[in-house]
Write a protein that binds this ligand. Structure first.
Ligand code: WTA
Length: 657
């Protein structure tokens, strides 16, 4: 890691915004950026309150900005009254009812659309259905949906009635659904019969049925099922209800439920360094403000843009930059059901050309996989519609950045590398593309009103050029409010005593160069980043140990060309180690399937190694740094004098399956 960062820090290429881009940008030139930063520095709470009043539509405008009387449980705009769905839909009805809000491209290429007026009516009808089923403000609704207009409608309808949604990525398993239903105490699940991805049909309701059969799910009263594939599903008439039947005959208007600025908008579960996922809880007004300001500052969104964020609504990116941000800005956006490589490696570029996408936002892992399988594909398409490119989810290596810049953006489009997290709600460190010159591999500078810094173990800011912990020193509106049902864990995880509870600890290591640019080095805890998705090593270890054959497991990551990091599992069996290559391979495949069932396919370990034991210190701690070296195929040069059982290293080094 330190080697990578060393080499990255020698990156000297600098890309100032083009004159034409800068001239038209919402924030044009460094002086304009500096002025915003200075304004926020002079009056942090006042700055954000001004932004909130100017950029959101309120029923009752807030008089209070930040309330830090119960730190670290910060509050923003608590005396305001607002509704997120009103901000995304109703406020555009008089100005642009017939503008396209959503362009949906299905896996097979079929396109369907919704104007702002149509989307408004669909959301209202579904909000009425939620109410008809007894859903009230504050109730939790779990959403397990494919990428679709209906996924956005579900989220917006929850927001409209003040219900708290918890979206579970449709690639997660029944076990994951179950865990989240129980933790959130959800009353309803919204799902679909199935979905299509890469030409394959994947059942969804089946996973919901399995989850609810696992017990302790009495909180769930109704399951609403959107018919996507039309294939047969099991049915419990007392519990299950088709979407189209739930909305039939209901009025297409539904007054928004006005809620306080601090009312929880959603819970989104994410991986932490212990086994149990964290229920990150976001607010209404502050969260929306983060989405709206970053749409303007970072995406420079304009009325005639066509915006495409490829993230699934199951991740935070799909919340802030699919379900809420673009709609709150009245933009036209593309949503896509499929995958980048189906039917071929030209799919993304065809979608961009077809829908005249002007702002494209995706993950480095997608870029790397497309470089690998179709580096010449972009040139076969007319991508002159593009004006801005973005990345999110993991560090982008400078060479992938250059390809994105030259081949996709044809040297014309600025790239916004956006650093943020599920917990931060919106972009935190990212270039304002008309102002900040970019460097390949750096997310550049913090947004106005975001006080990011790099500190050592004592909380002291480190010198420029030195690495340390990335922290945010002042609270910001779109930050998480707590972890659902676990305020102590919230405090421990994000405001640890190490820094006297003063700073938000992001959990990432970072470096700042002499120009003050931020370079993210990756996680400092046991969280891995595979294909831009956060996976807790403990989560995967617990899943492995739950298998009847497994006695002990340790999971680490190693670098991977395409997915950034790959999961490597070290396993001790209850029975003797597999005798042959074929046996070991079969066992590894079985365990991969097991993990897919326990968590989801994204968590499947790429490599398995079997040993009679794991390398441990005399006090019994697993020596993860050794496992990391083995996973990378490095020769072990580290000090192993504290290792209790050195012979084990040879065994673990033998072969990976
Ligand atoms: C990583 C995704 C480098 C980081 C929005 C962070 C990044 C974690 C970047 C959050 C970036 C995200 N450069 N690393 N531009 N963006 N990360 O919660 O480690 O799924 O802590 O949110 O992804 O992942 P999460």
């Amino acid at each position: 890691m330190s080697q990578t960062i060393e080499s990255i820090l020698h990156e000297t290429r600098l890309f100032p915004p083009g004159a034409e881009f800068a001239a038209k940008a919402r924030v044009s030139g460094m002086a304009a950026y500096d002025a915003l930063v200075a304004r926020a520095q002079a009056d942090h709470s006042g700055f954000w309150t001004d932004m909130a009043r100017e950029n959101l539509s309120w029923r009752v405008a807030p008089t209070i900005g930040l309330n830090d009387s119960n730190a670290p449980f910060f509050k923003w705009f608590e005396d305001g009254k607002i509704n997120v769905s009103y901000n995304c839909l109703d406020r555009h009805l008089t100005t642009q009812p017939d503008k396209l809000a959503l362009i949906f491209e299905a896996d097979d290429g079929t396109v369907t659309t919704a104007t702002y007026r149509q989307l408004y009516h669909r959301v209202c009808a579904f909000a009425n259905a939620l109410k008809a089923q007894g859903i009230e403000a504050g109730d939790r609704v779990l959403i397990y949906m494919p990428m679709s207009i209906e996924a956005v409608v579900s989220m917006q309808a929850c927001a409209r009635v003040g219900a708290i949604h918890s979206v579970v990525f449709a690639g997660f398993s029944a076990k994951s659904i179950h865990e989240r239903v129980v933790d959130a105490g959800a009353r309803m699940i919204i799902t679909a019969d199935g979905q299509y991805r890469g030409g394959r049909e994947i059942p969804l309701k089946k996973a919901v049925d399995e989850a609810l059969a696992m017990g302790s799910c009495d909180c769930i009263e109704k399951v609403i099922v959107y018919r996507r594939t039309g294939n047969e599903v099991a049915w419990d008439p007392a519990r299950d209800l088709w979407w189209h039947e739930a909305v039939a005959g209901l009025p297409q208007d539904c007054p928004p439920t006005w809620v306080g600025g601090e009312h929880p908008l959603f819970i989104l579960y994410t991986s932490g360094s212990t086994g149990k996922p964290k229920g990150v809880q976001h607010s209404t007004a502050g969260y929306l403000l983060g989405a709206v300001m970053s749409m303007q500052w970072v995406f420079d969104i304009k009325p005639d843009d066509v915006f495409w964020c490829t993230a699934d609504v199951g991740w935070v990116t799909g919340h802030s930059y699919v379900a809420y941000g673009p709609l709150a800005m009245g933009a036209t956006e593309v949503i896509f059901e499929g995958i980048p490589t189906f039917p071929d490696a030209g799919r993304f570029w065809r979608v961009i050309e077809k829908h005249r996408v002007s702002i494209f936002y995706t993950a480095p892992t997608a870029i790397r996989s497309l470089i690998k399988i179709g580096p010449d594909e972009p040139a076969k398409h007319d991508l002159s519609c593009l004006r801005l490119l973005g990345t999110v989810g993991e560090p982008i290596n400078p060479e992938a950045w250059m390809w994105y810049h030259n081949v996709v953006g044809q040297g014309r489009c600025p790239i916004v590398d956006t650093w943020w997290q599920t917990e931060t709600g919106a972009h935190m460190i990212a270039p304002l593309p008309g102002a900040i010159p970019t460097k390949p591999g750096s997310c550049t500078l913090p947004l106005p009103g975001i006080d990011a810094a790099i500190v050592d173990e004592t909380g002291t800011e480190v010198e420029r050029g030195k690495g340390g912990f990335l922290v945010i020193r002042k609270p910001w509106p779109s930050m998480l409010r707590t972890l659902w049902g676990d305020p102590d864990r919230f405090k421990r995880s994000y405001y640890p005593d190490d820094f006297q509870g003063r700073y938000y600890l992001a959990g990432d290591g970072a470096n700042r160069d002499l120009d003050g640019y931020f370079w993210i080095m990756g996680r400092i805890d046991d969280v891995m980043n595979v294909a831009g998705h956060r996976l807790g090593s403990t989560e995967i270890e617990s899943a492995l140990v739950a298998n009847p054959l497994v006695a002990e497991a340790a999971v680490v990551s190693r670098p991977d060309d395409v997915t950034g990091e790959a999961v490597c599992a070290f396993v001790v069996l209850k029975c003797p180690r597999p005798a042959s290559h074929a046996d070991a391979k079969k066992l590894a495949d079985d365990l991969r399937e097991w993990v897919a069932k326990e968590i989801g396919a994204i968590a499947k370990p790429k490599d398995f190694r079997f040993g009679d034991n794991l390398p441990k210190t005399r006090s019994g701690k697993i020596m993860r740094r050794l496992l990391r070296s083995i996973a990378k195929g490095e020769v072990i040069t580290q000090d192993i004098t504290t290792l209790e059982n050195p012979a084990i290293l040879e065994q673990l080094n033998e072969a990976a399956y």
